[in-house]
Design a protein around this ligand. Structure first.
Ligand code: COA
Length: 330
């Protein structure tokens, strides 16, 4: 009998820039306090790429080079690079092509996917399909963000939340029923009014007016996003567990997008997960948008055991939301 081809993660690596932006430093920039930020978001510090000559692709290249080295993989063996980002180096060409060139990947192809904070989930799902259908054999999926380039450091509603970083996974075919087992993906454009960056696209191309109106920064209605995020994350976890007939005890780790500790806690509570089964690093990195989930996997990699079932879950701008069920392959 022909065995089903699945796409399995066979390595994970991350990179965060050295500069640490603490809550204390933020109090010198906006009217806020360490206590407010910690209790409302769970964030204590985030990393910032200070070098103006470096972009999201440079963060990704660091993560990918580390990944190739630790998995003994040659750049020439990679035939697919998918990038999740809302902070591409430029409008075009896409960041995937820039990364391929910088890493020295010449085989196959690559492209970017913009699904904001759900970007890694969407992108991992697409890469898995390309592996399952034989289009690709060795794929890299990377979430990379230089959020500091689109954050307004005079807006206390948003500047406390975001950070820079990149996380990458290697994806390969698996014939033994390990890997990406299922996914639940959703989007609803109604949500675009609550979380967006209006300037710089074809609707509002860059002009003195768009700069003066601060349209090249993230805009967020935090309360609305919070409300939808709680519902969307809960739906995504519940649906994938129901569909796969999973009980909480069958799942080793919940790997939530790191947007706000309170959203994570309510998602875990609703699905019956104790917090010691929930991957967390929001305290140190803040919300790195498409990079939070692979950065979590990287931080917890040495605690993962072959056969562990993981649920990845995220909610983000669009709105977009979704979950992925993984049976860990190594
Ligand atoms: N420091 C101090 N006070 C602040 C503040 C800050 N950094 N930011 C906002 N406030 C104030 C507000 O102005 C408001 O004051 P007011 O009542 O006088 O108007 C008060 O704190 C409460 O604001 P509110 O927006 O209701 O706070 P909140 O508990 O919802 O927390 C967020 C704000 C942004 C942390 C929260 O809404 C959130 O995390 N939303 C989702 C964000 C998210 O997940 N984004 C990524 C997409 S996945």
């Amino acid at each position: 009998m022909l065995k089903k081809v699945r796409a399995a993660i066979t390595g994970v690596h991350g990179y965060v820039p050295e500069y640490i932006l603490t809550n204390e430093e933020l109090t010198t920039m906006v009217d806020t306090s360490d206590e407010w930020i910690v209790t409302r978001t769970g964030i204590k510090e985030r990393r910032i790429l200070k070098d103006p000559g470096k972009a999201s692709s440079d963060l990704a290249v660091k993560a990918i080079n580390g990944l190739l080295e630790k998995t003994n993989t040659r750049a020439s063996d990679i035939d697919l690079v998918l990038v999740a980002t809302v902070t591409p180096d430029m409008q075009f060409p896409d960041t995937a092509n820039i990364i391929r060139d910088k890493v020295g990947i010449t085989k196959g192809f690559g492209f970017d996917i913009n699904a904001a904070c759900t970007g890694f989930i969407y992108t991992l799902s697409v890469a898995a399909k390309l592996i399952e259908t034989g289009v690709a054999r060795k794929a890299i999926v990377v979430g990379t963000e230089k959020m500091s380039t689109i954050v307004d450091y005079t807006d206390r509603n948003t500047c406390i939340i975001f950070g820079d970083g990149a996380g990458a996974v290697l994806l390969e075919p698996n014939y033994d029923d390990f890997g990406i087992m299922d996914e639940f993906l959703r989007s609803d454009g109604y949500g675009r009014q609550f979380l967006n960056m209006e300037g710089g696209g074809s609707l509002n191309p860059a002009s003195h007016e768009t700069v003066d109106a601060r349209q090249h920064y993230v805009y967020q209605d935090g309360r609305q996003v919070f409300k939808f995020a709680v519902t969307g994350m809960q739906e995504a976890v519940t649906e994938i567990m129901l569909r796969n007939k999973l009980l909480t005890q069958d799942v080793k780790w919940l790997v939530p997008h790191q947007a706000n500790i309170r959203i994570i806690q309510s998602t875990a509570e609703k699905a019956g997960f104790p917090m010691d089964k929930v991957m967390l690093n929001i305290e140190r990195y803040g919300n790195t948008t498409a990079a939070t989930i692979p950065l979590c996997l990287w931080d917890y990699e040495d605690q993962l055991v072959k056969g562990d079932q993981l649920i990845l879950v995220a909610f983000g701008g669009g709105f977009t939301w979704g979950s992925i069920l993984i049976k860990w392959a190594y």
